[in-house]
Write a protein that binds this ligand. Structure first.
Ligand code: COA
Length: 311
C-alpha cells in the first residue's frame, strides 16, 4: 500500500470567447453542418487565448472551488501538446502567473495527457506531496490548418484543472489506472515543428475505439469495479461516434457519459477536465460514486483511470 492516498478537492475549466460554428466553416470551406454533425457530433467550438492564459483561468477556478490559496499547492503538472515555446516549459509561465511557489513541469501525451497527469499527480501525492494542481490546456487551433476541412472542423482550444489532495491510504480515491502508448502509430496523427496536424482519420477512429475499450477495461479491473459500478464516464471529447462505439463495447450508457464536444470540439488536454466540470455542474455524479476517465491521442497514447468522487 502507498504511504498516502489522494482525492479530488477542486476543479475548474476555461474556454476562449470566440465561438466558431459549423456554419462559419460552411462559409469558407467545402463542408457543411450536416456532414460535421453526423460524422463528429460537433456543432461549434471555441478558438482563442493561449495555452497559459486558458490554463491560468481554469486553475484559478479550481483553487476557488477548493477554497485554497496558491501557497497551498505543492506541485503543478501541466498536460499540453501546444506549449508556447520549445524551451522553457509552459508550466513555468503558469506557475508565475498563478503566484505558485512550487515545482512545475509539462507532460505531453497528446489527448490522453490529462489522465496521464492525474496519475502522475496521484503518484507524487502517494510519496508525500500534499497537493498537486493538474492542468490540461491546449490551443490546437494554432497547429491546425484552418484551410484543411479534414482537420479544421475537429480541433479547438480549451483548458481544465483539478486539484488532488493527500489523504489517508484507506480514503484513497484514485483506485486504478492504465497508461499506454504504441509508438509505431506516430504516422497516423502527428504535427512537425512549425507545421500543422496531419491525420489519417479512419485509422485514428478505429485505433481510438480499440484503445479506449481495452484501457478502460484494464483500469476498471485494477480498481476492482465493473461497468455497472460506474456512475459517470468522462471520455476524451474527440468524436461522439468514437464514444458511442467504445461505450457499446464496454456496456456503458450514453446517459451517464459526460459530453461537451458538441460545443467545444476536440480540445486535446483540455477535453477531459472540461467534460468533468460540466458533468459535475449538471449534478451527474454524487460523492462516493465512481468516475471512469478515458483518453486517447497522438502517439498513439491512451490512459484511463477510475476515481471515487467526493468533496
Ligand atoms: N466536410 C465534408 N467532407 C469532408 C470533410 C469535411 N469537413 N472532411 C473530410 N471530408 C470528406 C473526405 O474528403 C472524403 O471524401 P472522398 O470520399 O471524396 O474522398 C469523405 O469526406 C469521407 O472521408 P472519411 O475520412 O472516410 O470520413 P470519415 O467517416 O472517416 O470521417 C472523420 C472523417 C475525421 C470525422 C473520422 O474519420 C474521425 O473522426 N476520425 C477520428 C479523428 C479523431 O478523433 N482525431 C483526434 C484523435 S485525438
Amino acid at each position: 500500500m502507498n504511504m498516502y492516498g489522494s482525492k479530488v478537492v477542486g476543479w475548474g475549466a476555461a474556454l476562449p470567447d470566440e465561438v466558431v460554428t459549423n456554419k462559419d466553416f460552411e462559409a469558407r470551406l467545402e463542408t457543411n453542418d450536416a456532414w460535421i454533425t453526423e460524422r463528429t457530433g460537433i456543432k461549434e467550438r471555441r478558438m482563442g487565448g493561449t495555452t497559459s492564459s486558458l490554463a491560468v483561468e481554469a486553475a484559478q477556478k479550481a483553487l476557488a472551488n477548493a477554497g485554497l490559496q496558491p501557497s497551498d499547492i505543492g506541485l503543478l503538472v501541466l498536460s499540453t501538446t501546444t506549449p508556447e515555446q520549445t524551451v522553457p516549459a509552459t508550466s513555468g509561465t503558469i506557475q508565475a502567473q498563478l503566484g505558485l511557489t512550487c515545482g512545475a513541469f509539462d507532460i505531453n501525451a497528446a489527448c490522453a495527457g490529462f489522465v496521464y497527469g492525474l496519475v502522475v499527480g496521484h503518484s507524487m501525492i502517494a510519496t508525500g506531496t500534499e497537493r498537486v494542481l493538474v492542468i490540461g490546456s491546449d490551443t490546437l487551433s494554432k497547429i491546425t490548418d484552418q484551410q484543411d476541412r479534414s482537420t479544421a472542423v475537429l480541433f479547438a482550444d480549451g483548458a481544465g484543472a483539478v486539484i488532488l489532495e493527500r489523504t489517508a491510504p484507506e480514503d484513497n480515491a484514485v483506485l486504478g489506472w492504465d497508461l499506454g502508448v504504441d509508438g509505431s502509430l506516430v504516422p497516423i496523427l502527428y504535427c512537425d515543428h512549425g507545421g500543422y496536424l496531419k491525420m489519417e482519420g479512419r485509422e485514428v477512429f478505429k485505433r481510438a475505439v480499440l484503445a479506449m475499450v481495452s484501457s478502460a477495461k484494464t483500469a476498471m479491473e485494477r480498481a476492482g469495479v465493473t461497468a455497472d459500478d460506474i456512475a459517470l464516464v468522462v471520455p476524451h471529447q474527440a468524436n461522439i461516434r468514437i464514444i458511442e462505439a467504445a461505450n457499446n463495447r464496454l456496456g456503458l450508457s450514453m446517459e451517464k457519459t459526460a459530453i461537451v464536444l458538441d460545443t467545444t470540439g476536440n480540445t486535446s488536454s483540455g477535453s477531459v477536465p472540461l467534460a468533468l466540470s460540466a458533468a459535475v455542474e449538471k449534478g451527474m455524479v454524487n460523492p462516493g460514486e465512481y468516475i471512469l476517465f478515458s483518453g486517447f491521442g497522438a502517439g498513439m497514447t491512451w490512459a484511463s483511470a477510475v476515481v471515487r468522487w467526493g468533496k
